[in-house]
Design a protein. Structure first.
Length: 314
């Protein structure tokens, strides 16, 4: 794909009430579509970006009435942005819910939620290209790259603030389906083992650690497949990196297709049944809007490739 470069003049953006509370770096990344993330941070560090004529850090939270100086940049304009249908029709078809403040996407396995770590394109970048007229499109939460299912994206800053608060307070019911090794005999099991994240290059490696961050998952049996595997429903009350995968492995039932925390022999057997990915799917999100007491429920069906594996097991 050939990109062309486009100049941009100095501009000053006035922060309104809807944008207030957003971090400066996220504000710029959304505004300067096509500019590499590393260059945006360089503009902030060098002082070329100013807020109310002063230098601020990337994590600065914008306030209503702030004036943001956006310097001239040379940014890449990708042809498919002007014609989303040519390259992003598949993404539009994966939007399972949308209203004036929120959309929910059934993310496929293999797609990162955002670019970075060598990836130029992720779910949020795709949505911003698909809907260039929307002023705000921000991830409310994340899924691992290998996990499929429901991801919420805010179309308004007010919705982002409300749902971030609900997530912190445990007010969002998040349910997953996972195929694990062996015959699950724990009934309904809550695992509250703390977790610690370390880095191996750009990849995260998570381990159980009594001094780590609190993490709580609840596992419930859905179906047995002899002694080979079990299908579980998993509810998470915290959202730590790789939480379900590490908690499942910690009790001797790693998730099928998990190359980092899983069992090689079990993965090979599942692969012969047609499994080519991590068997973890975010199937349901449920919460009550704080400002209206209206209940919100959305779900995404188990992908066909995972249903086929269950058929082979059955």
């Amino acid at each position: 794909m050939t990109d062309k470069l486009q100049n941009q003049e100095v501009s000053h953006a006035e922060v309104d009430a809807e944008t207030a509370g957003q971090r400066l770096d996220n504000f710029l990344l959304n505004r300067l579509k096509g500019v590499p993330r590393s260059h945006v941070y360089r503009l902030i560090r060098s002082g070329q970006v100013r807020v109310n004529s002063g230098r601020v850090q990337a994590r600065y939270r914008l306030q209503a009435g702030d004036s943001v100086r956006v310097p001239p940049v040379r940014r890449r304009v990708q042809p498919h942005i002007a014609d989303p249908g040519s390259g992003l029709a598949w993404l539009a078809e994966r939007i399972v819910y949308e209203d004036d403040r929120l959309l929910v996407v059934d993310k496929p396995s293999g797609l990162a939620v955002h670019g970075g770590s060598g990836l130029e394109f992720g779910l949020i970048e795709g949505l911003r290209s698909l809907r260039p007229a929307l002023k705000t499109l921000e991830l409310i939460h994340r899924l691992d790259r290998g996990t499929s299912g429901c991801v919420m994206v805010a179309k308004r800053r007010s919705a982002l603030r409300q749902l971030n608060r609900l997530l912190r307070e445990g007010g969002v019911d998040k349910r997953y389906l996972a195929l694990v090794r062996g015959q699950w005999q724990h009934g309904t099991l809550a695992i509250d083992t703390p977790l610690t994240v370390s880095r191996e290059g750009s990849a995260a490696k998570v381990r159980t650690d009594v001094d780590g961050k609190a993490a709580l998952s609840r596992f419930r049996l859905v179906n047995h497949f002899g002694t080979l595997a079990s299908l579980l429903e998993v509810e998470i009350m915290t959202g730590r990196t790789h939480q379900i995968r590490v908690h499942a492995a910690s009790v001797g039932h790693p998730i099928a297709g998990d190359e980092r925390y899983g069992d090689r022999e079990f993965n090979a057997r599942c692969e012969r049944l047609g499994l080519k990915r991590l068997f973890l799917h975010a199937q349901l999100l449920q919460f009550v809007w704080p400002d209206s007491d209206e209940e919100f429920v959305v779900s995404a069906p188990l992908p066909e490739e995972l249903r086929n594996v269950l058929d082979q097991l059955g």
